[in-house]
Design a binder for this molecule. Structure first.
Ligand SMILES: [Zn+2]
Length: 303
């Protein structure tokens, strides 16, 4: 009995340490954090501050990206996800100006965060703290799209269906814009489909240090995802392990080609081993308020 208890406690402790979660069980009828955050249409009247981690946190004093700017348009306005920390708004202004300089009309901006950040009711494990933005691969033809058109039109894929190569939609300007984004000092990392990074590895010349910030991930063939570093003045922002510590060089190695070889193979059916039931850390859509940093309670209830 006691031994069993010790074992279970040790297992729970190990899980708590690994995942950094509180593992408070939801009370019956307790609302999910994504419902609570998803229901609020306005930002908090607080000093802008990032709280927690990209996939477990919230955002105080968010700023709204103007729906249309000189070099961008925010898409899918009905989602109300064009909110971010001021550093993200400034970055989007900067990068879209760069895109203009490089020959595009500007950028179409997809999801950022909700007005107070937090987990979302659909899509995205991250995008919770106002430092993540999805940018469409579709080069804008115009920057005066109506709200209705912004719901209707979709981005394009720059990758083949078999996921191994870029397709004809990919252009050298895509690469230049991604490079400009990676060279921005406020950028922590950028997620793209592996086929895109493989192409960039081939085309980059001698100057390749910026490539390490470009990280391969499933999806990310119709948009690229830019993640900024923790900004100054946000002591509760939890930083991600810097890419320089994970990857020494440019990341154009076996770990990259794995995504277009082993990753794409159909899963092998193994005989099921009996293993103890796993305690999973709750996923973004299952989180309750106790899973988030305690300051998020204040953000949720602030005026
Ligand atoms: Zn994203």
């Amino acid at each position: 009995m006691v031994r069993g208890f010790v074992r279970v406690s040790a297992a729970l402790l190990a899980v708590a340490l690994l995942s950094g979660t509180s593992h408070v069980q939801p009370k019956p009828g307790e609302p999910l954090a994504n419902r609570l955050f998803g229901a609020i249409k306005t930002p908090s009247h607080q000093r802008p501050q990032v709280i927690g981690f990209y996939s477990r946190g919230c955002l105080a004093g968010a700023r709204q990206l103007p729906e249309t700017g000189p070099t961008w348009q925010a898409m899918r306005l009905s989602r109300n996800r064009n909110w971010g920390h001021p550093s993200l708004i400034a970055f989007i202004e900067r990068l879209s100006q760069k895109a203009r300089d490089l020959g595009w009309k500007g950028l179409y901006i997809g999801d950022m965060s909700q007005p107070r950040g937090g987990p979302m009711t659909s899509g995205h494990a991250s995008h919770q703290v106002g430092l993540d933005v999805d940018i469409w691969m579709l080069p804008p033809k115009r920057l005066d799209l109506s709200r209705a058109a912004r719901e209707r039109i979709s981005s394009i894929s720059v990758r083949t269906r078999d996921q191994k190569h870029i397709n004809r939609n990919w252009t050298p300007t895509h690469m230049q814009i991604l490079k400009a984004a990676a060279e921005d000092p406020s950028v922590e990392r950028i997620f793209v489909a592996a086929a895109i990074k493989i192409e960039m590895c081939k085309r980059a010349g001698r100057d390749r240090r910026w490539l390490r910030k470009i990280r391969p991930l499933y999806g990310h063939n119709t948009h690229f995802h830019v993640r900024l570093r923790c900004p100054k003045g946000s002591p509760h922002c939890r930083r991600q392990t810097p890419v320089s510590r994970i990857s020494r060089g440019d990341g154009c190695d076996k770990t990259l080609t794995w995504w277009v070889t082993d990753y794409l193979k159909p899963p092998k059916h193994k005989a099921k081993k009996k293993s103890p039931p796993k305690v999973h850390p709750r996923r973004a859509r299952e989180m309750i308020m106790a899973d988030l940093p305690r300051q998020c309670e204040g953000v949720l209830h602030a005026k």
